[in-house]
Design a protein around this ligand. Structure first.
Ligand code: HEM
Length: 174
């Protein structure tokens, strides 16, 4: 997974739990305590998963779901909205951002070496409900739901998100 994701995790944990807690997490993941991730680093997938599903939950006393939700919220509100601000231009709602998401991820694939972001297919179920098919060999649809919730918070919208399967979720924008 790209370094940008880890820089975001670093900011999140440092801000909410302090620098020492982040250093503890780094060491548990096999890095030096002063390790600094670079945006375009390629971090071993197993290390990313261990960090999110084992090390941070244990160090910060959170469930995996709480870590995913905290990350999803921070990824949009504390990280992407600043670091990737141009991608938000023209998006006035969660619906706009979600519909632009495949384009955003695809453009990133072209600009960042070795990035493998998820690809998405969209289908309107009715005027308010969008079915999103999430295609990624990583199988992180639960993370996808958490980031979608984070996007809803960014636009101050109440969304109803229903996971239909490991590849499909429905978002009700009404
Ligand atoms: C401007 C906003 C966004 C930017 C710039 C962005 C960028 C990225 C980047 C750089 C990665 C890492 C890819 C890699 O390491 O190969 C990623 C992964 C991911 N993104 Fe986004 N993203 C954005 C918004 C979203 C939103 C709103 C969602 C969900 C609703 C989302 C869902 C995901 C998921 C689930 C992954 C994990 C990788 C996977 O599933 O294979 N992203 N994104």
């Amino acid at each position: 997974m790209k370094g940008t994701v880890h820089k975001c995790i670093e900011k999140l944990i440092t801000e909410k739990f302090g620098e020492e807690k982040w250093q503890e997490c780094l060491v548990a993941a096999g890095f030096n305590e002063d390790h600094v991730f670079m945006m375009n680093d390629d971090v071993d997938e197993a290390t990313t998963m261990k960090l999110v599903t084992q090390i941070i939950p244990s160090a910060c006393n959170l469930t995996i779901q709480q870590v995913l939700d905290a990350f999803g919220h921070y990824w949009i509100n504390g990280w992407a909205a600043k670091v990737y601000a141009p991608y938000f231009e023209g998006c006035k709602s969660t619906k706009d951002l979600i519909l632009k998401l495949d384009f955003i991820h695809k453009t990133l694939t072209e600009n960042i070496p070795n990035a493998r972001p998820p690809r998405l297919h969209y289908e309107w179920v009715n005027t308010n409900t969008l079915a999103v098919t999430y295609l990624s060999e990583r199988g992180l649809i639960d993370l996808f739901v958490s980031i979608a919730k984070g996007a809803g918070a960014y636009y101050k919208e109440e969304l109803k998100i229903t996971k239909k399967s490991d590849q499909v979720l429905e978002i009700d924008f009404a």
